[in-house]
Write a protein that binds this ligand. Structure first.
Ligand SMILES: Cc1cc2nc3c(=O)[nH]c(=O)nc-3n(C[C@H](O)[C@H](O)[C@H](O)COP(=O)(O)OP(=O)(O)OC[C@H]3O[C@@H](n4cnc5c(N)ncnc54)[C@H](O)[C@@H]3O)c2cc1C
Length: 472
């Protein structure tokens, strides 16, 4: 692994896929595909979506031949790099409410709440030790404008049936965690902190133990009806499921389907007991804020802070990063957020920095689909909320395959409003690049304006960027 040079980023391990791999070890690779093969279901991509789908399909029907094709190793993508927020957020819920009515969106939200519990339950049943701690999700506001957004957000979430969500003032927030300038927070119990890599490794092992066949170092170059093509041979199957999220643009014909958006993270050295004393955070909630270019963080099982944010959001031509390496400027920007939140930790060493890609559809709505005429299916477009959503997507893909093959009828999951949703493609370059750069420059300008001003009104700049990007 290499070090990035310059400024306070000196000495930081940059890339190496992620801190989680530095902590838990890179896996030994499974064998690649060794020639043409066949299966009942072939899954492209060995992240949470692909592995959960393989797991549930095999659980439902042990006789099914399920093959996973992974270009590098299971967990190479966002599933091995994320912030470890297992929570009930799902990209696109508000749009689904507009398209299908509030009742349908409430069902989707309820399914997401249940999904958090499902992941915890299966991890326990499969003895996957993923440092899961169910402390909920705490989101803080640090300016008047953030506070009014926080209150509106709290009300909005409650309107989707989340009656157990709580709103805290400055004092109650400080009792949980001492974030400088925090004037309020909202907390939901539907969230847990976890170690992403321990989950993805455990999941791959659990799927294999059920008889799922996993080939690694096997990039799929083209997906056709009933066939996945790789340099080592093709796998034929009645169902081919694309589970490639932020990497989807590299597949033939998919360049403008989901935009690969970067998210970057840093992990600090472990804090001392005195430092934890000054910070609080005894409930191990996952922590977020109400900025337009928001941050997310967790207290790791070994006593570090892992904190993420957007950094450089998008690379021209839908390129993805090099094994998680991120820009020096991004590391510095994340360190500044850490110090703004916890000024007493200004001297804390950043040990690791990395990035990964999310899949962003043109309308920012996650979706799960099985095309019954071709047998092609896919799930993704989770934006930044995939740790739990992938599990719901996988159980839904299972139900869609079972329904199509006549093994079962429609289920509660196949009736959810994100099933079969269609969205237009992103604009060609350079418009794609210009649009995303412009959007995030605008968010950052709006955050700066809110931090320096005292208005309780959200910056109009950010509202404009939301509209132009198709986000709201
Ligand atoms: C830095 C970061 C932080 C995040 N934090 C959170 C968080 O805290 N909470 C949350 O809910 N979500 C978070 N997310 C999002 C979440 O991690 C993802 O939504 C989720 O992991 C997506 O899982 P996936 O299996 O669909 O995609 P991935 O994990 O990206 O898996 C796709 C897999 O497909 C493989 N692949 C791609 N193309 C091919 C091909 N052609 N042939 C074969 N294999 C291929 C890749 O190598 C990869 O292993 C974060 C994401 C990032 C990047």
């Amino acid at each position: 692994m290499s070090s990035s040079a310059g400024g306070s980023a000196r000495g930081v391990v940059n890339g190496g896929v992620s801190f989680w791999y530095a902590d838990d070890g890179l896996p030994a690779r499974r064998e690649p595909l060794a020639g043409d093969a066949s299966a009942d279901v072939v899954i492209v991509g060995g992240g949470y979506t692909g592995l959960w789908t393989a797991y549930y399909l095999k659980k439902a029907d042990p006789s099914l031949r399920v093959t996973v094709l992974e270009q590098k190793f299971c967990g190479y993508g966002a599933s091995g790099r994320n912030g470890g927020w297992l929570y009930n957020g799902i990209a696109g819920r508000d749009r689904y409410a507009k398209l299908h009515g509030l009742e349908a969106a409430v069902r989707l939200q309820k399914a997401m709440n249940d999904t958090v519990a499902e992941v915890v339950k299966v991890a326990e049943a499969e003895r996957i030790q993923a440092d899961i701690h169910r402390g909920g999700v705490l989101e803080v506001a640090c300016t008047p404008a953030q506070l009014s957004r926080l209150k509106a957000f709290h009300e909005h979430e409650s309107s989707y049936g989340e009656k157990d969500r709580e709103l805290y003032g400055a004092r109650e927030t400080a009792e949980r965690i001492r974030v400088a300038d925090a004037v309020g927070s909202t907390w939901t119990p539907h969230g847990a902190r976890l170690h992403p890599v321990k989950l993805v490794k455990g999941l791959a092992g659990a799927a294999e133990a059920l008889g799922v066949v996993i080939y690694e170092s096997t990039p799929v170059t083209e997906i056709r009806p009933r066939c996945a093509v790789t340099p080592y041979g093709s796998v034929r199957a009645p169902y081919v499921l694309r589970c490639t999220e932020g990497f989807t643009a590299s597949l033939k014909g998919q360049r403008r389907t989901w935009l690969p958006m970067n998210s970057s993270m840093i992990a600090t050295e472990p804090l001392t007991d005195e430092q934890w004393e000054s910070v609080g955070w005894g409930g191990l909630e996952t922590l977020g804020d109400m900025a337009h270019a928001y941050m997310y963080a967790q207290r790791t099982a070994d006593g570090r802070i892992a904190l993420g944010g957007r950094g450089v959001p998008y690379r021209f031509g839908s390129k993805t990063d090099n094994d998680g390496r991120t820009q020096t400027a991004t590391i510095e920007a994340l360190r500044e957020i850490l110090v703004r939140f916890f000024p007493s930790l200004a001297g804390l060493r950043i040990e690791h920095a990395w990035s990964g890609v999310l899949g962003v559809p043109r309308d920012w709505c996650a979706t799960v689909t099985l095309d019954r005429s071709t047998g092609l299916g896919w799930a993704g477009g989770y934006v930044g909320s995939g740790v739990a959503t992938t599990n719901l997507a996988a159980r839904t893909l299972r139900d869609l395959v079972q329904q199509d093959s006549g093994q079962a009828g429609p289920t509660e999951l196949t009736a959810l409003p994100w099933v079969g949703h269609k969205v237009r493609k992103w604009e060609p370059e350079p418009f794609r690049w210009l649009g995303v750069q412009g959007m995030y420059a605008t968010y950052r300008a709006a955050d700066r304006r809110e931090l320096s001003g005292h208005s309780a009104e959200s910056s109009r700049l950010a509202q404009w960027a939301d509209r132009v990007s198709g986000r709201h």
